[in-house]
Every structure is written in C-alpha cells, then in structure tokens.
Design a protein around this ligand. Structure first.
Ligand SMILES: NC(=O)c1ccc[n+]([C@@H]2O[C@H](COP(=O)([O-])OP(=O)(O)OC[C@H]3O[C@@H](n4cnc5c(N)ncnc54)[C@H](OP(=O)(O)O)[C@@H]3O)[C@@H](O)[C@H]2O)c1
Length: 315
C-alpha cells in the first residue's frame, strides 16, 4: 500500500512507523521543523510496543497537502489536530483530482464532527474514521513514544463506505505492532471516547487535577455526571446509539472499570493550555452542544464548558 500521513505529530509518527515496519510505503505531509527532522534523522518509535527506527531513505516527506499531487495513494491518514480539519479538508479537496485512484481518507481524530467536515469536501463514501485509545507522546525530534494501550484501534465508516477497504490497513498496522481491527459500528466506538472526554477532559483542565480527583469531589462529580447525561440525550436525539443502554448504565461502568485505569491521568486540554496551544474542545463538548442544538436538545453544561475552555485559551 501507498499511504500518505498528514501531520507528523505524536500519532502520525507512530502510525507511520508501524506501517513502515509492515513494509508499506509512507509519505509524510509535515511542515517546518517536523519535515526537516524527518529528512535529517529519519523517525523513531519507542514505548510499550518496542523500539522501531526508520532511516530518512525509508519514506518520503512533502511539505504541503498540495504536494501530494500525482502520488498514487491507497490511503490518506489525517493525523493533525481537529483544529486543522477545515484547512486540511479544503487542501485535500483542492488536490483530489490529481490523486490517481482517489484514495480512502481515514480521519484519526478524537471527538465528533471531523469526518463530517471531510465528507463536506470529499466524496463521502471515501471518508473513514479511526477510534484510537492508545496514548502517544512526542518525546523528541521525529520521535513518538507509545505510552498506554487500552483497546485495538478501530476503523470504520460513518457514511456506508466499503469496510473491506479498511482490512489491509488494519492488518498492516497490526503486523507493524499496533493492534487494529475493522469496526462495523464505528459511531458507537467514537461516541464511547467522546463521552469519556467530555466528562473529564475540560473539567480536568479547568480544575488542574487528575481525572480520579474529579470523581472524588462532590461538585466536579455532579458536573461530570450532568455532562454524561446531556451527552446521552444528544446522542439519542441525533439517532445514534452507544455501547450502553443509558447514562446511568454508562456511569456504573465508568466508575467501576473505565475511570480507574486513568485516575492519575492529566487532561490533554490542561497540557494544551499550559503549552499555549488551542485545545480540541470544539470537537468534544462544543460538538455535543452543537449537535444538540441541531436536534432541539439543550446541552447547557457542555456549552458552558466549551465557553470556559475557549476563555482559558485566550488567557
Ligand atoms: N496523542 C494521543 O495520545 C492521541 C490518542 C488518541 C487520539 N489522538 C488524536 O489524534 C489527533 C492527533 O493528535 P497528536 O497527539 O498526534 O497531535 P500532535 O502531536 O499535535 O500532532 C499534530 C501534527 O499535525 C501537524 N499539522 C497541523 N496542521 C497541519 C497541516 N496543515 N499540514 C501538515 N501538518 C499539520 C502539526 O504540526 P505543527 O507541530 O507544525 O503544528 C503536528 O505535527 C488529535 O485529534 C488527537 O486528539 C491523540
């Protein structure tokens, strides 16, 4: 397979490393220092699935999505942040006619709504989603560390795309060291991570405490439970289902099994705010509040958390 990876950050580098280990062709779309580092040093993956190194001759690097023109690609993996979705989707649409064979595009994003943005710009049935609950960190130039792994990466389509097209990618990632499977119900998989993130990520950033502390404090516990309740109402109104029968069912599982392994984790939004970066709040609570508004369901706590995080970004 020939695979373009847009975004040479924590996820893009690690996924690219696994594909190279599996013997697939990789072209990174990286910019600035990230492109220079890849060309000079090659790439390095460390962490729980072992060390893998690829020299600069093992892959290609281009510095813009437009520079993919003329590349015969089977797949394009979008590994940027959700904040860049409109820009990247627009750039892909602009070059689409010059990509022989019109590749499948896999959006590797947390949150809800990114695949819809890409589907507005590209043929919908070519747009796929990945649900990832593995942890990656950039630990140095062109280096990604895989820190935790909860479940295999899931690949699927929200738009009736042919799931057989995801088989070779799932197989190659697994062969390269990252467990992965095709999902017939990617919406449920994506929502399971959105619910968790909406409940914990902004609150963890605003209070500056690890996730476990949020569940111990009566005030934050009540807020996070309201977020879960609102999110379940929105999901149902929008016509989706989850792996749980109700918000109460989810919360039982959350306190018993889902939260404990990550009780000491710091919120990624807290890390973004500390580093002066934009957060992905618009694809989390912001997306839930917007979807709720479209379907006549109020989600005021999700909306308030979105505004508070946006205000914190400005500070
Ligand atoms: N990290 C994790 O553990 C993890 C786990 C599950 C899911 N995810 C999700 O995966 C996505 C990527 O996360 P990440 O941690 O890999 O983020 P990251 O380390 O910040 O990497 C994003 C990369 O995209 C690059 N980029 C942004 N716009 C671009 C453009 N127009 N063209 C080319 N490159 C561009 C950034 O370059 P610059 O550095 O120049 O801005 C950066 O290298 C997010 O949606 C995240 O929520 C992450």
């Amino acid at each position: 397979m020939q695979v373009a990876i847009i975004g040479a950050g924590a996820v893009g580098l690690a996924v690219g490393s696994c594909l190279l280990e599996a013997g697939e062709g990789v072209c990174f779309v990286a910019r600035g220092g990230a492109a220079a580092d890849l060309r000079r040093r090659g790439l390095r993956r460390t962490g729980i699935f072992g060390v893998a190194v690829a020299g600069p001759e093992a892959f290609e690097v281009v510095e813009s999505v437009g520079a993919l023109a003329g590349h015969a690609l089977d797949l394009v993996l979008v590994c940027t942040k959700t904040t860049a979705s409109r820009e990247v989707a627009g750039a892909l649409a602009a070059v689409w006619g010059e990509l022989p064979g019109s590749p499948r595009v896999v959006v590797v994003h947390n949150g809800w709504g990114s695949a819809e943005i890409f589907a507005e710009h590209l043929p919908r049935e070519r747009v796929y989603s990945a649900r990832v609950i593995t942890g990656f960190r950039r630990t140095g130039p062109a280096t990604s560390d895989i820190t935790v792994h909860a479940e295999p990466v899931r690949l699927g389509s929200l738009f009736d795309g042919d799931l057989r097209a995801m088989g070779p990618l799932a197989e190659a990632l697994g062969r390269g060291g990252l467990p992965c499977e095709v999902s017939a119900d990617i919406a449920r998989d994506l929502w399971s991570k959105v619910i968790y993130n909406c409940a914990l990520n902004p609150l963890g950033a605003l209070y500056g405490v690890p996730y476990g502390v949020l569940a111990e404090d009566a005030v934050t516990r009540s807020i996070l439970e309201t977020v879960v309740d609102e999110t379940f109402r929105v999901i149902a109104a929008a016509g989706y289902e989850t792996h749980w029968s109700s918000a109460a069912d989810y919360l039982r599982d959350f306190y018993a099994h889902i939260l404990p392994p990550t009780a000491s984790h710091e919120s990624s939004m807290l890390l973004d705010l500390r580093a002066g970066r934009r957060t992905e709040i618009d694809a989390q609570c912001g997306a839930v509040a917007a979807l709720g508004a479209r379907h006549g369901v109020a989600a005021p706590i999700n909306a308030a958390l979105t505004e508070l995080i946006r205000a914190a970004e400005k500070r």
